[in-house]
Write a protein that binds this ligand. Structure first.
Ligand code: TRP
Length: 490
């Protein structure tokens, strides 16, 4: 059977950028920048982008396009056992997707609340108690929160209909879901920087604190952000590239994707800090007061609703904000489902695409139900920490080793140069073979030691061992077994 194809190169770029640009750009990046040295965070971020991000994105595009297969098939072609790298990638991605969809479900609820600004004055109490029913300090799941569960069903239906016919549907959907949120983000940025007090916030965002650069933790945060934001080590970019023609450009597409993605993160930083500056002015406090509060979900669901209700036309801007978040996130979510479907369809080409997509979406929904319980936010936090801090970097490490030491970097580089509009030099070989593996090993060892000494997030060690490490061990074991027992593809 003919392999499905992107309708044009632009559409491929739309899809790749759509996957890269997501919640990671709007809440994860600004929060990291605020926490790790303001403008100085841009230094490790950009260095990691150049040293890790771009070379690995080129690698993923190249291998998918060359092998014309998804993540497991591509690595399996090199050596059958290496298909476990692909399984590891899609399982990590699947883990991320299962909680990412829950965050999207919150977005959807907040979109509805926007019409009446239902969160009121106490946005924190509203989010934690009325929406999440968060159990204080206890990891007791209690029960499932019904509105979130319903919202999650809607999210997965939206994801399903975006990809149900594979690349054909994706090609159509991304023409809307890639540009729309970017336009909305720009509107919000203009609104943000024209608010009184915004300058204060922006200064806080850009003013560098260079002493942060001496802390290895900052570098680790930058590296895992690069993996997360570029959708590297999820098998996504490999799957997307496998639907390109074998002789289409690689290097330039990777560079465009990386630049657009980081530019959007930086703009999102302006939106967040400009509006924080405004809120600080309204409440007569320093911007730095908020920094500890803006981590992760609280930024989007506690601080933003509060700010949004302060500005004129509150309801309209709230709707805009949550539509932006939702459309921003959806192409990241379905890119992962597409990565899993690609792997399944490569292996079982006779299965109908609609059915494969359905199985994957239903499994994703079921896997995410734990995050809709009373303790959902805690489990989400732990899953996110272990997958993004260990899983991704580890898969990235294996990818670099597989290509650098087993497949042959030079061979892949020659292929890339034979099709690309931009040539890449031998520096790429050195990065893939030596520098990237060394950096990743150092960072992995560093976090490991830190996590052993101080339990992440102050959760009980027992839970972290069972649940956090448990996820990683299960992913590793399943990947190994699937590669071990599946028959090599001829
Ligand atoms: N790149 C996305 C972002 O920045 C995150 C992401 C990567 C993701 N892989 C994913 C989300 C898989 C869901 C599923 O937000």
């Amino acid at each position: 059977m003919e392999r499905a194809r992107w309708t044009s190169r632009t559409i491929f770029l739309f899809a790749a950028i759509g996957s890269a640009v997501g919640l990671g750009n709007v809440w994860r990046f600004p929060y990291l920048a605020g926490r790790y040295g303001g403008g100085a965070f841009l230094v490790p971020y950009l260095i990691m982008l150049v040293i890790l991000g771009v070379p690995l994105l080129i690698l993923e595009f190249a291998i998918g396009q060359k092998m014309q297969l998804g993540a497991t098939g591509s690595f399996g072609r090199i050596k059958h056992k290496l298909s476990s790298i692909g399984f590891g990638a899609i399982l990590c991605g699947f883990g991320v997707c299962s909680y990412y969809a829950v965050v999207m479900a919150w977005c959807l609820l907040y979109l509805i609340f926007s019409f009446s600004l239902k969160w009121g004055v106490d946005t924190e109490g509203f989010f934690l108690n009325q929406i999440l029913h968060l159990s204080p300090q206890s990891l007791d799941m209690g029960q499932v929160v019904t509105p979130i569960l319903f919202s999650l069903v809607v999210v997965w239906m939206a994801v399903y209909f975006s990809i149900w016919k594979g690349i054909k549907s994706v090609s159509k959907v991304v023409t809307v879901t890639m540009p729309l949120p970017i336009i909305l983000l720009v509107v919000l940025a203009i609104r943000g920087v024209t608010l009184p007090g915004s300058l204060e916030g922006i200064v806080h965002y850009l003013k560098p604190n260079f002493s942060a650069l001496l802390d290895l933790e900052v570098w680790h945060a930058a590296a895992s952000q690069i993996f997360f934001t570029l959708s590297i080590a999820f098998g996504i970019m490999i799957a997307y590239a496998s639907y390109k023609h074998e002789r289409s450009d690689i290097a330039k597409s990777a560079i465009i994707t990386s630049i657009v993605n980081s530019a959007i993160s930086i703009v999102a930083g302006f939106v967040v800090f400009a509006t924080l500056g405004y809120m600080a002015k309204q409440e007569g406090v320093q911007v730095s007061n908020y920094i500890s509060q803006i981590s992760g979900p609280s930024l989007t669901f506690i601080v933003f609703p509060k700010i949004l209700s302060l500005i004129p036309f509150a309801s309209a801007f709230s709707v805009l904000f949550f539509v932006m978040l939702f459309t921003l996130a959806i192409d990241s979510a379905f890119s992962l489902v597409e990565a899993v479907c690609t792997v399944v369809s490569d292996k079982y080409p006779h299965l109908r695409r609609q059915d494969v997509s359905m199985y994957v979406c239903v499994t994703g929904f079921v896997a995410g139900m734990i995050f809709t319980t009373y303790a959902g936010l805690y489990y989400l936090d732990v899953a996110d920490h272990y997958i993004t801090h260990y899983g991704l970097l580890f898969v990235g490490l294996l990818e670099a080793i597989a290509i650098g030491w087993l497949y042959g970097v030079e061979e892949l580089r020659l292929y890339i140069n034979s099709v690309s509009e931009i040539r890449i030099g031998r520096w790429w070989n050195v990065l893939i073979k030596y520098i990237i593996p060394v950096i990743l090993m150092v960072l992995l060892a560093y976090t490991f030691i830190k996590d052993i000494n101080t339990p992440y997030g102050g959760y009980p060690q027992k839970i972290l061992w069972i649940y956090g490490w448990g996820i990683l061990v299960v992913i590793g074991l399943i990947s190994y077994l699937l590669a071990h027992f599946s028959a090599p593809k001829r």
